[in-house]
Write a protein of this length. Structure first.
Length: 326
């Protein structure tokens, strides 16, 4: 299918043309009208900072999703222009803010954890604060690294690769902190099981970290494999879950870990990963979802929904432990 770019480079070309004319004939500068033209050219060049490009106009290294046709910030090689890109709409804007704002919220909750993020009980200990904060720290890392990546990815290939690695490490941080914090309460009366499953989770986390740091891992053809790897990592949680169900039964497991919230969390994450892997819905109508509602943006929102479900499960679990064992 041939897809024509909607944005052209005429604005940039006219700016350069005026500058070239002045360079070739400096007497033009003496003409008041031309001075205005030059000023206009400079203003016009400023506006090119917010100029957007089509998929076919960006360098090869920037190409990732061929179903997102327009709205690209072309390689800037300037952190100043990257910063400026935070203030106009382009095809990464929603990706940036859907994780930047929840990241700020997590930071606020970590800073004020003693007051707001935990419903205090007279049995609440420092370990409770550490565990809940551990989860918020993982979520904060994930959201902020993701927002940073989506912001700096248009700088240059080198910076984009670095940001991409940060993004994957953030996902690992969220999964590890989610699983370990919940297992701490789920296996409160079975420390040996907590140690075993905690070690398995840590081993998965280390493996995913090593893979995420490999350059091959971020290539376009690895998109589906990447999604599968993170889904398998997330699904490693079913091992302790089945162990808990076999040992304590459904009702007790529901009480211990807020099972229904954990299920909902799984549904959010898996749906997000599947849409991300399939590039749905933009694949059905290339160009229609360039700025809003494409698979990556939906994936981001579902990650936030999944983390929220996890927080509710974690608080349920914390309350159950304090009701039962103290
Ligand atoms: Zn993302």
């Amino acid at each position: 299918m041939s897809i024509k770019p909607e944005f052209t480079s005429t604005q940039y070309t006219s700016t350069n043309a005026i500058k070239m004319r002045v360079r070739n004939d400096p007497s033009l500068l003496q003409n008041k009208t031309n001075k205005i033209s030059i000023k206009g050219a400079e203003d016009s060049e400023d506006k090119t900072h917010s100029k957007l490009y089509s998929f076919h106009e960006i360098p090869e290294w920037q190409k990732d999703n061929e179903y997102i046709i327009k709205g690209y910030v072309k390689e800037t090689n300037s952190f100043k222009r990257i910063f400026q890109s935070l203030f106009f709409l382009h095809n990464e804007t929603v990706n940036i803010y859907t994780h930047f704002l929840p990241g700020i919220l997590c930071f606020a909750l970590i800073s004020s954890v003693l007051e707001f993020s935990l419903f205090k009980k007279y049995t609440t200990t420092l370990t409770d604060y550490l565990m809940v904060n551990f989860f918020f720290a993982g979520a904060f890392t994930c959201f902020m690294m993701s927002a940073t990546f989506h912001c700096i990815k248009a700088h240059s290939e080198k910076v984009s690769i670095f940001g991409n690695k940060l993004d994957y490490l953030g996902i690992v941080a969220l999964i590890v902190s989610s699983l370990i914090s919940l297992m701490f309460y789920g296996f409160y009366d079975d420390f040996k099981a907590f140690l075993v499953f905690g070690t398995i989770t840590t081993a998965f986390g280390v493996t995913c970290t090593i893979l995420s740091l490999k350059d091959r891992f971020r290539k376009r053809e690895w998109r589906v494999k990447r999604a599968i790897m993170f889904v398998i990592f997330g699904l490693s949680a079913v091992i302790p879950l089945f162990y808990g169900l076999a040992k304590h039964g459904y009702k007790e497991t529901c009480n211990k870990i807020g099972f229904n919230w954990v299920l909902l969390e799984g549904v959010f994450y898996i749906t997000g990963a599947v849409l991300y892997g399939l590039r749905y819905p933009e694949k059905t109508c290339p160009g229609k979802y360039d700025f809003f509602l494409n698979s990556h943006q939906i994936f981001h929102c579902l990650v936030v929904a999944g983390a929220t479900s996890h927080y509710i499960a974690l608080i349920n679990s914390y309350e159950y432990v304090h009701k039962t064992f103290f």
